[in-house]
Ligand binder design. Structure first.
Ligand code: SF4
Length: 190
């Protein structure tokens, strides 16, 4: 496993960064680049509902990646597969079992994309959000990585005021800000 400590270090390795949205991925992109990684952003979020919201968030991600001059791969918006995966958990509260499956689904697909591109390292911007369970995300990331013989970078982007920094980037770039996590189940509970 690649483990970044508090201090930064340089590496020339490539890393696939699963981006859940532009707000959360600004600081991770900046941090990983400054740490010496060649960052490839993977926007893979078939959980987002409705479709118009998906495209608003994707547009913001495109703007962010242009700003950082970072490669962006746009995953499929295969909502039917996603709904199958979380079937039976529709009424779970946010932070409950549906969210665990949602993490698993997106991290597994991200690992498969990394394998396809022969990128050994992957991680996710989801960990920067104080609304997400870092330990749960990390344990899923590591177990998915083990399955495919990849490295999951378990750095906590929340450290060193990461959440403040990512928000600052988003305000400076005037990025679209959503007010719910993403899926229709979370939206219906607002
Ligand atoms: S609330 Fe967020 S993390 Fe949970 S299932 Fe919905 S989109 Fe996924």
């Amino acid at each position: 496993m690649v483990e970044l400590k508090e201090e930064r270090y340089s590496t020339n390795q490539r890393i696939l960064l699963h981006a859940c949205c532009a707000i959360c991925s600004g600081y991770p992109i900046s941090f990983l680049k400054e740490s010496g990684y060649d960052v490839i952003v993977y926007f893979y979020n078939p959980n987002i509902y409705p479709e118009s919201e998906y495209y608003r968030r994707l547009e913001a991600e495109i703007k962010l990646c242009e700003y950082f001059n970072t490669d962006l791969i746009i995953g499929d918006y295969n909502t039917a597969d996603y709904y199958d995966f979380v079937k039976g958990l529709e009424n779970e509260p946010e932070k409950g079992l549906r969210c665990v499956k949602c993490f698993e689904y997106r991290l597994n697909k991200s690992a498969l994309k990394a394998l396809e591109l022969e990128i050994n390292n992957f991680t996710t911007s989801m960990v920067i959000s104080p609304h997400k369970n870092y330990d749960k995300l990390t344990s899923i990331g590591k177990s998915v990585a083990q399955k495919y013989n990849l490295n999951y970078l378990s750095y906590n982007f929340r450290k060193n005021d990461g959440f403040l920094k990512t928000n600052k980037i988003s305000y400076e770039l005037n990025l679209y800000r959503q007010d719910y996590c993403g899926c229709q189940f979370a939206l219906n509970k607002i």
